[in-house]
Design a protein around this ligand. Structure first.
Ligand SMILES: [Fe+2]
Length: 387
């Protein structure tokens, strides 16, 4: 919801008759709103009743991945080594979870005609590898590597990749509250300020998608927390002839994040990208290093007593960590101090720049690792600070 957007056809005035071409039957208006009727919203106009459902059944697709015995420890795992693959829905694999968010990945090797809707969570989807088109009831967005999708809760969508033989990979963060642009990046009128790390021009927003009035049996996979349900609906889910408002999926590519640089080390809030009520999400991108004589670019050891720190490594050589590579996840729990491994601090002194790309998620509630972390674990990581 960076700004007001409008696509397709709609009546001149909200909540008034809007007739189809036959001049008799009505398009169906749906208000999609947040925070009751007080948050951002959009008005959609459907060919058919958006509430029509023929059949519902629970699927057995939920994988049991809880790992209750996992100790509180430093974790590093190689998500690319997870064996599970599938389509953009079935490949979803949880790595870290708490009552407010889930961090996972999906290695997408198959296409599907199924549609997906997350009924309980807003989603951040990072396109690590692969290109294609995202289709939704708000329109389509052509995607490329580095794209960060913000998908409002209850959006119906599909990710269609150009090539299923490529190493397509998504990193997905589910949140029980919506992803927001930080308020201090916006002025009193909602416009991005001049000192924000991105501007309105950096967003990709939905483009017009020809609405479909097709009838039949369409399979929508609805996720509700840990459960998946199959809904068979009688109309094509993208039968929306027009919509307008502030609530819709949009994209910010990590390469369009304009970093801030300090004379001495600046803490992670300067890398802030999105926030929810229960965690923040930051972008680490290539940038010149701190330029004061003797400045140490790597972070000092620190204990963030109110948050767990997760990093998803995208590309480049990460300045403060040993052994991580593309697709690695590290978890440093809030109850323990963390910092660079032996040698990394000395190595960084005098360095002029970094070429790293990474996404950081700091959660206010402790995260629990799943069996997917156990399967892809770097067993030496927890002891990698021993000199
Ligand atoms: Fe940290």
């Amino acid at each position: 919801m960076p700004f007001y957007h409008k696509l397709g056809e709609m009546p001149k005035v909200k909540h008034t008759t809007f007739f189809k071409k036959d001049g008799k039957s009505l398009y169906r208006e749906e208000l999609v709103s947040s925070k009751g009727f007080s948050g951002v919203y959009s008005n959609k106009y459907h060919y058919n009743l958006p509430t029509a459902v023929k059949k519902v059944r629970e699927l057995n697709s939920e994988s049991k991945v809880d790992w209750p015995e996992a100790p509180v420890l430093y974790y590093h795992c190689f998500t690319d080594e997870l064996k599970k693959t599938g389509n953009f829905i079935s490949a979803r694999s949880e790595f870290l979870t708490n009552p407010h968010c889930t961090i996972g990945t999906a290695r997408v090797t198959e296409d599907t005609d199924d549609f997906f809707r997350n009924a309980y969570a807003a989603e951040y989807v990072f396109v690590h590898r692969g290109t294609g088109t995202f289709f939704s009831d708000f329109g389509k967005i052509v995607f490329e590597e580095g794209d960060q999708f913000i998908i409002p809760r209850a959006t119906t969508y599909q990710f269609k990749f150009d090539d299923y033989k490529a190493h397509n990979k998504l990193m997905i963060v589910e949140s029980d509250t919506s992803f927001e642009l930080p308020t201090h990046y916006r002025n009193d009128y909602g416009q991005m300020t001049e000192h924000a790390p991105y501007s309105e021009r950096d967003f990709k927003i939905p483009e017009y998608l020809e609405p479909s009035d097709e009838k039949g049996d369409f399979r929508v996979i609805v996720k509700a927390g840990k459960k998946f349900f199959e809904h068979i609906v009688p109309h094509h889910p993208f039968g929306v002839v027009g919509w307008d408002g502030y609530l819709y999926p949009y994209v910010l590519n990590i390469k369009n994040y304009h970093p801030k640089v300090g004379r001495i080390h600046l803490p992670p809030p300067v890398h802030l990208c999105f926030r929810t009520q229960h965690f923040i999400l930051c972008n680490f991108v290539p940038r010149p290093f701190d330029f004061y004589p003797g400045a140490i670019p790597t972070p000092y050891f620190h204990s963030n007593i109110d948050s767990d720190e997760v990093l998803y490594y995208v590309e480049g050589d990460f300045m403060s960590r040993k052994g991580v590579r593309e697709g690695s996840i590290t978890l440093h729990p809030g109850g323990m101090p963390h910092g660079p491994q032996p040698g990394k601090t000395e190595e960084s002194v005098g360095a002029k720049e970094t070429n790293e790309y990474a996404v950081m998620i700091d959660t206010y509630a402790p995260l629990r690792p799943t069996l997917n972390v156990k399967e892809t674990l770097d067993k030496d990581y927890a002891q990698s600070w021993l000199e």
